[in-house]
Ligand binder design. Structure first.
Ligand code: UDP
Length: 360
């Protein structure tokens, strides 16, 4: 092995993390100076939520798969802490790399910090300022435990500065999901079959996703979203790849779609095809808000707040809290709207910037 070779242990577990890891793993390999060890906690584990991303995005098979999923936050995070510790103790990597805001992010950062292994956090500094969200807790703790904070946006940097992080720990690198969008744009452009199968035409449907606990686990909000999407579907076809949690909560609440065209979670390439050809996107996903912007599709965010504030400021996105009425109108009114021209997520070379900093 190269004398200067560094070992980086990357800890992932959930769908959005697989998409973020793809460009970064590639960039780390390109440096020729990093041995990356990929640890998959198992948080998302099945073919549609995990395997398809490894295949489509060319991510190496995980070196360790912990197979932890289900249960409450405590049980899941606890199992991760317990199983990650011996793996990192044995591996003794030079650094641990975590992404985003899931339980896998929290557990990875916590175990590493306690073993005195330096932690780098990709997508640091995002804040919803809503501590009722599990994601907000995970990202605040992960940032605290990290000595390298890779921030996607100016807003994220401002948040970190306000919280008193030393400027030397903060790195403005741009957003790795934009790298992924550029890297896989051409491959995804051949995926029109996804639309034909659904019986919708380019530019003539709404795409929706729902998975955030604040929506799925609140029967009133969930019923409100279901009713709004059904109302939209009366005038504009609605396509909805259904997250397993949303599916389970809908069944438990006795809710069902009649007009909305649901399908199982799709792979990244089909998702890009669906997003880039939609007339409007309605979502509570963080990643999907950004992707709507990458493809210049207007977005309606079914939440009370967003971490991606620049998209609202630029006019590409608007908030529609799923309480009370007006949701369907907000979605239909967004069709045809455009926002200002801007490049808030970097130049598509964020992963290379991260890799460069890590080997420095
Ligand atoms: N995504 C996907 N298939 C789907 C739904 C989403 O590939 O059926 C992708 C989407 O394109 C984006 C990422 O998953 O890249 C977003 O993940 P998710 O919405 O689960 O989490 P969040 O971004 O809210 O953390």
């Amino acid at each position: 092995m190269h004398a200067l070779m560094k070992t980086v242990a990357t800890i992932v577990g959930a769908r959005p993390q697989f998409i973020k890891v793809a460009p970064v793993s590639r960039a780390l390999a390109e440096t020729g100076q990093v041995r990356e060890v990929l640890i998959h906690t198992g948080q998302h584990f099945d073919a549609g939520m995990s395997d398809v991303f490894f295949q489509e995005l060319g991510i190496a098979a995980p070196d360790h798969h912990l197979g932890i999923h289900g249960g409450g936050h405590g049980a899941m995070t606890g199992a991760m802490l317990q199983q990650l510790e011996p793996v990192l103790e044995e591996l003794r990597p030079d650094r641990v790399l975590v992404y985003g805001d899931t339980n896998s992010t929290l557990a990875g950062a916590l175990v590493a910090a306690k073993l005195h292994i330096p932690v780098a956090h990709v997508e640091a500094g995002l804040r919803s300022f809503n501590r009722a969200m599990p994601e907000e807790i995970n990202r605040i703790v992960a940032d605290q435990l990290s000595d390298m904070l890779f921030a996607s946006t100016d807003a994220a940097i401002r948040n970190l500065e306000k919280e008193g992080f030393e400027p030397g720990r903060i790195f403005r690198v741009g957003d790795v999901m934009y790298d992924a969008a550029l890297q896989f744009a051409e491959t995804a452009s051949g995926r029109a079959a996804a639309l034909a199968d659904l019986g919708v035409e380019p530019g003539k449907y709404a795409l929706a996703t729902i998975h955030r606990a604040e929506n799925t686990d609140d029967p009133v909000r969930l019923a409100n979203i279901v009713a709004a999407l059904e109302a939209v579907a009366e005038t504009l076809p609605v396509v909805l790849p259904l997250h397993p949690r949303t599916d389970a909560r809908m069944k438990a609440a006795g809710l069902a779609f009649a007009r909305v065209r649901t399908l199982p979670p799709v792979g990244y390439l089909d998702m890009v095809a669906l997003e880039s050809r939609a007339a409007v996107i309605a979502t509570d996903s963080g990643g999907v808000q950004k992707e709507a912007f990458f493809y210049h599709v207007p977005c309606v965010t079914l939440r009370d707040e967003t971490e991606w504030v620049e998209l609202v400021e630029l006019g590409w996105n608007r908030l529609a809290p799923p309480v009370g009425g007006g949701l369907a109108e907000a979605i239909l009114n967004a069709v045809g709207s455009k926002g200002a021209d801007a490049q808030p997520y970097g130049d598509g070379r964020s992963a290379r910037a991260i890799a460069g900093i890590l080997v420095r």
